[in-house]
Design a protein around this ligand. Structure first.
Ligand code: SAH
Length: 424
């Protein structure tokens, strides 16, 4: 296996169990370094610190084990077993009411770079690193062993531009950081791939089985999930508990669901007895799916309407106020450099949303930007509240659910933040 030795003192982050090694921390490398290679990481005094996957970016290694385990089938099997057990313990896997959940949440489940969502018998895998991309078939095979008969198919969505990993600006590893002692002088390779392809081959498709039932149940609500063409793995499982909370507030209320995607919050609103729900999204495909999901749950119900529009245009052209407003935009900041602009955008959109809330109504507002902290988001909403001139109080502080666990050593994994505000 390739070996990397860190500069003196740089083992500190590994001693604190942080799973990333930045390229600047590396003193020397031994071996052929191709994106996705397994590597052993040593301290400057020669102590084995851990094993992981190499990548030629600023995050040079994502550690998978600090116990000396080699990345491979046995390790995947152990990690998947443990991941499945958690989903059983938190009442998801094997439940009657829900058959869609996140089974593997990257660093939070000890598998950096790997996401696996389970949709009623189909596992949708997404690798965000070259290392996890390379072992996708191993992981899929172990997943079948671990899940047994409850798994019918594994669909794989290949990495989109590996260089654009979260937090990774894509700077190539300084060649001086690696002393290549192998025969090949050009062993450090900065592989950059076009979206959806590796080595020019299409990499998205079924690894096991084929297309099956794509209707899932979430707390008894039905949703069609398009994992082949939809966003991310097809559905935003991370909002499940927050959707449910909205349902409790919805009895007799009017609801405006901004950035509504396939209508998740709107279905819960109607189930909770809302008198009216409007879903707004700029994607025509999402709006169509939202309408389909309504029909799945409430055939011929006239309480819902879906609008294909940009939310800012919608805000401009509409004066009606609602009892409940949901604001769940896509990540406004993808990297650290975008934080300032993103905070301005959160402030602006929240100011607009607050104007739409009727007296005593509630705003469910979210940020899924990984690089925006809970405090920064709250500050942006605070500024929006001041702008609005309304009386605003916090009722709930929301986050991602237990099937999206966060390693305490990897706070970057805590990306979803939400506030429920009451507005007078
Ligand atoms: N709340 C949803 C997930 C929202 S994802 C759920 O629970 O499933 C963010 C959505 O915002 C995407 O569907 C995207 O199409 C939409 N979007 C992005 N920019 C937009 C804009 N300017 N106006 C309206 N919708 C937008």
């Amino acid at each position: 296996m390739n070996k990397i030795t860190l500069k003196p003192g740089k083992e500190q982050s590994v001693n604190r169990f942080h799973p990333w090694i930045f390229s600047g921390a590396i003193r020397a490398g031994e071996g052929r370094f191709e994106d996705g290679d397994p590597v052993e990481v040593y301290s400057s005094s020669g102590r084995l610190l851990g094993t992981g996957h190499y990548h030629s970016g600023s995050i040079a290694v994502r550690l998978i084990s600090t116990a000396g385990d080699k990345p491979g089938r046995r390790l995947w099997s152990e990690r998947l077993e443990r991941a499945l057990l958690l989903r059983k313990e938190c009442g998801l896997a094997g439940s009657d009411h829900t058959n869609a959940f996140r089974l593997v949440n990257a660093e939070g489940d000890g598998m950096p770079g790997m996401i696996i969502d389970f949709y009623n018998g189909t596992a949708v895998m997404q690798a965000h690193t070259a290392g996890m991309h390379r072992v996708r078939e191993q992981v899929a095979a172990e997943l079948c062993n671990v899940m047994g008969g409850s798994l019918r198919a594994v669909y794989y969505r290949g990495p989109k531009g590996l260089a654009k990993q979260a937090g990774d600006p894509g700077a190539p590893l300084q060649s001086s950081a690696i002393t290549d002692t192998s025969a090949s002088p050009s062993a450090v390779k900065g592989g950059r791939e076009a979206a959806g392809t590796v080595d020019g081959k299409k990499i998205t498709g079924y690894l096991i089985g084929n297309r099956g039932d794509n209707t899932v149940t979430e707390y008894g609500n039905l949703f069609a999930v398009d994992w082949e063409r939809g966003q991310k793995t097809g559905f935003f499982l991370d909002q499940r508990e927050n959707r449910r909370l909205l349902g409790y507030y919805s009895g007799g209320k009017t609801v405006l669901n901004m950035f509504g995607y396939t209508g998740g919050f709107s279905v819960y609103a109607l189930r909770g007895g809302a008198s009216e729900a409007v879903t707004v999204d700029s994607s025509a495909g999402a709006v169509e799916m939202a309408e389909h999901n309504m029909r799945l749950n409430f055939e011929k119900d006239k309480r819902h309407s879906a609008v294909c529009a940009d939310v800012f245009d919608y805000f401009r052209g509409n004066n009606k106020k609602y009892d409940l407003v949901i604001l769940d935009p896509p990540a406004f900041a993808k990297g650290l450099r975008a934080v300032r602009n993103a905070l301005q955008a959160y402030k602006r959109v929240n100011t607009k949303a607050l104007e739409k809330v009727g007296y005593g109504g509630k705003l469910f507002t979210f940020s899924c930007s990984q690089v925006i902290s809970k405090e920064q988001f709250r500050q942006a909403v605070y500024s929006a509240a001041i702008n609005s001139g309304r009386e605003v109080r916090i009722l709930h502080q929301l986050a991602q659910p237990a099937d999206h666990p966060v390693s305490i050593y990897h706070p970057e994994g805590e990306y979803l933040k939400g506030l429920v505000l009451q507005v007078f």
